[in-house]
Design a protein around this ligand. Structure first.
Ligand code: SF4
Length: 473
C-alpha cells in the first residue's frame, strides 16, 4: 500500500474544489469557457496539483496523481493510498476521471462477486425474471456477496417489481436505513418523515404530526424538501408512530431510501401574481406518480410556476418550470458537494407530454446508471451525454420509449405504502425491536439531552450541553 504526501507546501483551503483551485492563478483557457455551461467546462486536467479533490480528507489532485503513478489502478487503491473518497464519497467520480486521464482502464465490474456493471445486471434481472439475490449470484456471480453488491442488487430488484423491500431474503440485503424504513441518526435513534406531496399539508395533518411529535417526545424540523422530519424515535416506537400517521391519512415519505424523495413546489398560478401554471397541482401529480420508485440514488424533483424559480427546480434531478405555453423540462440537477444546474431537455411541453418524458427519463436513468450514481453524473458520463438522452426520451432513438413507459405504468399500478404493508404483516413487524431476546426492552444506549434549547442526541462518552469540562471528564 502506498502512502503519499501533498507535493505542495502551500496551505490549501478545505473548501477548495473543482475550478476553485484556479483562484489566483493564470487562467488555463478562454475566460468565457470557465463560466460557460456544460460542454465548455475546463476539465480536471487544467487544475493545478494543489487543487483539492477530496475536501473531507484534504487530498489534492497532485497527491492522487502520485498514488496513480505509484501503481494505484482503481478507486479502492487510491482510497487506501490517500484516504481520498473514504468519507462522503462525492469525489469518487473525480477519482475515476483522474484514473482515466492517466490512462488507466477502469473495470466495469460491480464488485469482486459480479464481473458485470450495474446496468448489465439490471438487464439480466429484467430479462431473466430473477427475483432473488441468491438466484442472481448463483447464476451470474461468484461467492456470497458483499456490502457493495447486496444493496445494489436489492435496489435493482426493488426497481423491477412491486415486491416489499423487507420480503424474504431481501430484508438482509438492504442499506443502513432501509431495514427499519427510517433514517438512522447519530445515537442509534431514527427520524420519521411522512410524505407531503408537493409540500402541501392540511391543518388536520399538521395537528396529527404535532400530536405524534408531542406524544413520543420527538424533535421536529422542517426539511429542505418541504416536509416535516421528526427525530429521536427508538426503533420499537416506529410502528406505533406510523400507525398514528397512517390513521391520519399519511404514508411513508421514503426519506430513508435511494428512491424518489420529494417534489418541491412554489404556490404557482393559484396564489402568485406571476404564476404561469398550477405548479402545486403538477407537483402533487408527479409526487403521487413516482412515490416509492427505487433508483441507484435519491431522486428529487421540483416544479416552479414561472422563471423566477422559487422552487429551485433546476437544482433537482428533474426540474419543471412553467412557461406561457406549458412546461420546460430540465434534468440532471443536484445540490450537495458538487452542485449542478439541471439542463433543458425539452421546452413548452403540454402536461401529458411532460409526464411521458419524465416517465421515460427516470426509467432510462434507473436502467443505465452506475451504482450510487445520481442523474447529473449519469448524464455527464453516458456516451453521447445529454444529446443522447434527449434523443432517447424525446425522439425514441433506441425504440424503447414504449418499454420505459410500460415499466413506469407497472410501478404506478403496483405502488402500495411500505409502512402500511409493515403494519399489516406480523413477521415484518417483529423486526422492530432493540433486542430479539427482550422484546419490550428499549436500548439503554439511545439517550438524549433535553436540557438545552432543543432536544439533541447524546453519544455516550461525549459531553452533553451544559456539562462543564470538569463534569464531562
Ligand atoms: S416561481 Fe413564479 S409563480 Fe412560483 S412563487 Fe415564484 S414568482 Fe410565483
Amino acid at each position: 500500500m502506498h502512502t503519499t504526501q501533498n507535493p505542495s507546501s502551500q496551505p490549501i483551503h478545505r473548501q477548495t474544489r473543482g475550478n476553485y483551485g484556479l483562484v489566483g492563478r493564470p487562467l488555463p483557457a478562454d475566460p468565457a469557457s470557465l463560466i460557460a455551461p456544460a460542454g465548455a467546462e475546463v476539465g480536471l486536467g487544467a487544475l493545478p496539483d494543489e487543487a483539492q479533490i477530496c475536501s473531507c480528507n484534504g487530498v489534492s489532485k497532485g497527491t492522487i496523481c502520485i498514488a496513480i503513478a505509484d501503481g494505484a489502478s482503481d478507486v479502492s487503491a487510491i482510497k487506501g493510498a490517500t484516504a481520498a473518497g473514504t468519507s462522503c464519497g462525492s469525489c469518487v467520480p473525480m477519482l475515476k476521471r483522474l484514473l482515466t486521464a492517466q490512462g488507466v482502464e477502469l473495470s466495469k465490474a460491480l464488485c469482486e462477486h459480479f464481473t458485470q456493471s450495474r446496468a448489465e445486471l439490471f438487464q439480466i434481472v429484467q430479462a431473466a425474471g430473477i427475483r432473488t439475490f441468491s438466484g442472481l449470484i448463483a447464476q451470474h456471480g461468484t461467492g456470497t456477496g458483499c456490502d457493495i453488491c447486496k444493496p445494489a442488487v436489492a435496489s435493482i430488484l426493488a426497481s423491477t417489481s412491486s415486491d416489499h423491500i423487507l420480503d424474504g431474503e431481501s430484508a438482509a440485503l438492504q442499506d443502513t436505513n432501509d431495514p427499519f424504513l427510517a433514517n438512522l441518526q447519530r445515537n442509534g435513534s431514527y427520524s420519521v418523515v411522512p410524505r407531503l406531496p408537493g409540500g402541501e399539508i392540511t391543518p388536520q395533518k399538521l395537528i396529527a404530526i404535532a400530536e405524534v411529535a408531542r406524544d413520543f417526545g420527538l424533535y421536529t424540523k422542517i426539511t429542505g424538501g418541504q416536509r416535516i422530519d421528526m427525530f429521536g424515535a427508538r426503533v420499537e416506537q416506529l410502528p406505533a408512530i406510523w400507525r398514528r400517521l397512517i390513521d391520519a391519512g399519511m404514508e411513508s415519505g421514503h426519506a430513508y431510501g435511494k428512491a424518489v424523495r420529494t417534489v418541491k413546489s412554489c404556490v404557482g398560478s393559484t396564489w402568485c401574481r406571476y404564476g404561469m401554471q398550477d405548479s402545486v397541482g403538477m407537483a402533487v401529480q408527479l409526487e403521487l406518480r413516482y412515490r416509492g420508485l427505487r433508483s441507484p440514488r435519491k431522486i428529487k424533483l421540483g416544479v416552479s410556476g414561472c422563471q423566477r424559480e422559487c422552487a429551485e427546480a433546476r437544482s433537482k434531478d428533474v426540474g419543471v418550470i412553467a412557461t406561457e405555453k406549458g412546461w420546460n423540462l430540465y434534468v440532471g440537477g443536484n445540490g450537495g458537494a458538487t452542485p449542478k444546474h439541471a439542463q433543458l431537455l425539452a421546452g413548452d411541453l403540454d402536461s401529458e407530454t411532460l409526464v411521458r418524458y419524465i416517465d421515460r427519463y427516470l426509467m432510462f436513468y434507473i436502467r443505465t446508471a452506475d451504482r450510487l450514481q445520481r442523474t447529473a453524473v449519469c448524464q455527464e458520463t453516458i456516451e453521447g451525454g445529454l444529446d443522447h438522452i434527449r434523443a432517447v426520451v424525446c425522439q425514441d432513438s433506441l425504440g424503447i420509449a414504449a418499454e420505459l413507459e410500460a415499466a413506469m405504468a407497472r410501478h404506478v399500478a403496483g405502488y402500495s405504502d411500505e409502512w402500511a404493508d409493515v403494519l399489516a404483516d406480523e413477521a415484518k413487524l417483529s423486526r422492530f425491536v432493540s433486542f430479539v431476546n427482550a422484546l419490550d426492552q428499549p436500548d439503554p444506549t439511545v439517550v438524549f439531552d433535553e436540557g438545552g434549547p432543543r432536544k439533541v442526541p447524546v453519544l455516550l462518552g461525549t459531553p452533553r450541553i451544559g456539562d462543564t469540562a470538569e463534569s464531562a471528564s
